[in-house]
Design a protein around this ligand. Structure first.
Ligand code: NAD
Length: 325
């Protein structure tokens, strides 16, 4: 099978690329390396079944010719991370929507039979106060919401772009709503909590919890995420569906900090920062973000394999390896 991964030098995209190469597929990656890194795909570069295009999807002149040869497209390219969103909301609005639209347009024109997956996000549930989110729950965005929600708006727009291209052009799309995804190659630079805590704990630095730490999240290992995505793409009934992808184990951010400190055998103190101190402005945060996975499970039978403990231990070992001279 020929597979295109946009944003394939990023965190999730590079795992998708690796997984499909291991399955014997031909994998093509396009990435402008804006937040992704060549290091994430370095081990793949010598593989004859792997092709890397360093390009911006918004202007890439080979988009159509590459797409015309693809069986499957994972569209992962986007601007991600709360810090990045607050720093450059204009780019988030422009890139996250326009890149998706350009990919869909090319698929509709030259390869309507390709199977497409887009990366939506649990952020779209917005201010919904449910303790667990299912795909039919209401999307709650307040009018006058702060800029932090720009990202959620783009992901929602991408979902509607998908619907419009399915309806008008008959293309096949799975809309994956990712909940917090974690694992090797994720970086803390743009506000991701797990790599930030791992770095702090392994280096015996203060572990910085934002707010009171009682907000809960559910973390899914990326090595589970890629399996779920492959299953969804192999399930015709998943076409045209929005599907939560994640792990439904829940943990508060304060307990996450304690767990990482303990597993790292660290002397790090746990400190608290207000959102204003952390982000330079007031921030709304969701108190819970747990996926209800019934739809994913009934469509594909998918079950997560990686526990948070295993993921954390792996990440601690990788951080220690990085620190060695
Ligand atoms: N990581 C999570 O927990 C999470 C949660 C919800 C949704 N998502 C979504 O999953 C996808 C992948 O996220 P990630 O965590 O791997 O982020 P990432 O930043 O590691 O990956 C995004 C990749 O897209 C590339 N990119 C950005 N703009 C581009 C452009 N115009 N042209 C070409 N490449 C471009 C970046 O260089 C990067 O490699 C994103 O769409 C994100 O919104 C991620």
């Amino acid at each position: 099978m020929n597979i295109l991964v946009t944003g394939g030098a990023g965190f999730i995209g590079s795992h998708i690329a690796t997984y499909h190469l291991e399955k014997g597929d031909n994998v093509f990656v396009v990435d402008n390396l804006s937040t992704g890194s060549i290091k994430n795909i370095e081990p793949l570069l010598d593989n004859p079944a792997f092709t890397f295009h360093e390009a911006d999807i918004l202007v890439w002149d080979q988009l159509k010719s590459v797409i015309s040869r693809m069986d499957r497209i994972y569209h992962m390219a986007a601007i991600v991370g709360v810090k990045k969103v607050l720093k450059d909301p204009q780019a988030v609005m422009a890139i996250n929507i326009a890149a998706t639209e350009r990919v869909f347009r090319a698929v509709a024109e030259v390869r309507p039979q390709a199977q497409v997956t887009i990366a939506s996000s649990s952020e779209v549930y917005g201010f919904n106060t449910n303790e667990g989110f299912s795909e039919t729950d209401d999307i709650v965005l307040r009018s006058g919401a702060r800029l932090r929600w720009a990202y959620a708006v783009t992901k929602l727009a991408d979902e509607f772009l998908a619907y419009s291209f399915m309806y008008q052009s008959g293309i096949k799309v799975v809309i994956a709503r990712f909940f917090n995804t974690v694992g090797p190659r994720q970086v803390g630079t743009y506000g991701m909590v797990v790599p930030t805590f791992i770095h702090q704990a392994v280096n015996n630095l203060p572990v910085t919890v934002y707010g009171d730490g009682l907000q809960t999240r559910s973390f899914c290992d990326v090595r589970d995420t890629v399996v779920a995505l492959d299953l969804l793409n192999s399930t015709p009934a998943a076409n045209g569906e929005i599907v939560n992808v994640g792990n439904n184990e829940e943990i508060s951010i304060l307990d996450l900090a304690r767990l990482i400190v303990k597993r790292a055998g660290s002397s790090s103190p746990i400190t608290f920062l207000s959102y204003k101190e952390a982000y330079g402005m007031e921030m709304d945060d969701q108190t819970h973000r747990r996926p209800i996975l019934d739809k994913l499970q009934s469509l594909t039978g998918f079950k997560t394999k990686w526990s948070l403990y295993q993921t954390i231990d792996d990440l601690i070992a990788l951080e220690r390896k990085r620190n060695r001279p």
